[in-house]
Design a protein around this ligand. Sequence first.
Ligand SMILES: NC(=O)c1ccc[n+]([C@@H]2O[C@H](COP(=O)([O-])OP(=O)(O)OC[C@H]3O[C@@H](n4cnc5c(N)ncnc54)[C@H](OP(=O)(O)O)[C@@H]3O)[C@@H](O)[C@H]2O)c1
Length: 353
Amino acid sequence: MKILITGANGFLGKKLSLRLLDQGHELYLLVRNRNRLNAFMDKEGEGYSRQIHILEGDVTEKNLGLNMELVKSLTGEIDAIYHGAALLSFDEKDRDRTYQVNVEGTKNVLEFSLEISCCKVFYISTAYTVGQETSGSETLYSMDRSFVNPYEASKCEAEHLVYGYSNKLETVILRPGIIIGDSKTGEADTNFGLYGFLKGVKILKKRADRRQGDKKCRIFLDPEVAQNFVPVDYVIEVLEAALFHSRNRDIFNITNPNPPRQSEILSIVKEILDFPQLQMHSLSSSDDMSNEEKAFYDSMSIFHSYFQRTIDFPTGHTERMLTSAGLPLLNMDREVLKRIIEGFLTDKARVPS
Ligand SMILES: NC(=O)c1ccc[n+]([C@@H]2O[C@H](COP(=O)([O-])OP(=O)(O)OC[C@H]3O[C@@H](n4cnc5c(N)ncnc54)[C@H](OP(=O)(O)O)[C@@H]3O)[C@@H](O)[C@H]2O)c1
């Protein structure tokens, strides 16, 4: 098939591209900076150059910033689009830009699909369009809810846009949980989500090592809360399966049916960093934080809402779709999680950006 991917330079986009190339598809990769992609493809995508067309563009522009000649040459040529380009900022200060990229950008991609007569669009959303609720579904969420940040709200609004085009295009919404490294190699080329937290803990460990005497260090998290981590290779598997096994208006949660609890995550981190003095305390005991503990706590403020609740994401649609593709639902055990966390903390599996 001929497939166009937006966000092809990103963490997920690169992995998705490699998988689809490996399956023999011809790809049209929309990137803002072809040099970054070239560097990656020279290393990882060797041997695929005849299957790749690089399109320099920007989703915030009409026709994704491509000139009319190029648009014409693509018309009738593309079988499907994966739209993954997005701004992943939780910062209120980035609200306008987040909406511009995530909402207007999605509208531009949908209009572009019509313009080039490509009738299939796979929108890569997020499981967290569920907002502040603790229970999700595989249906379109109402916009009439509270969101933790502009990112969640913009992705939910974009889902509504996508759904609104489903009488003109075949649209599918795919919602990953928190994407972490590869389940087999541990590799992850991202600083988002889990990796922001791990970076912070690494700094705590360095500081504790430098301290004479007491190396005790507390972080304030509820041990029972679970984090919905999904390995990137599983996400790719679901995205690929959807290409052949989904129908118009399908919505899939690409989430972990048995997400790890924060106590389990911390026990792995302690083991890998050899940091037994690291302790987890519930937030209710946070009154007597030291300056260093408070600094760590404050640096994680964008994640606080996620640290405090377990969200239940049903995966019935995804499970049925995977079954028809002959694939199992995610089963991530401690060993896999350890490999992924170790990949980051020890730099063993890390691929530099
Ligand atoms: N990572 C997660 O944990 C996670 C979880 C759930 C859902 N998702 C969704 O998965 C998708 C991919 O995320 P990711 O983790 O791969 O993020 P990422 O590494 O930040 O990749 C996002 C990509 O979007 C591109 N982009 C941003 N603005 C653009 C614009 N105006 N025009 C064209 N391209 C633009 C970026 O291009 P540049 O390289 O030029 O900056 C980047 O390559 C996103 O839709 C995200 O919402 C991610």
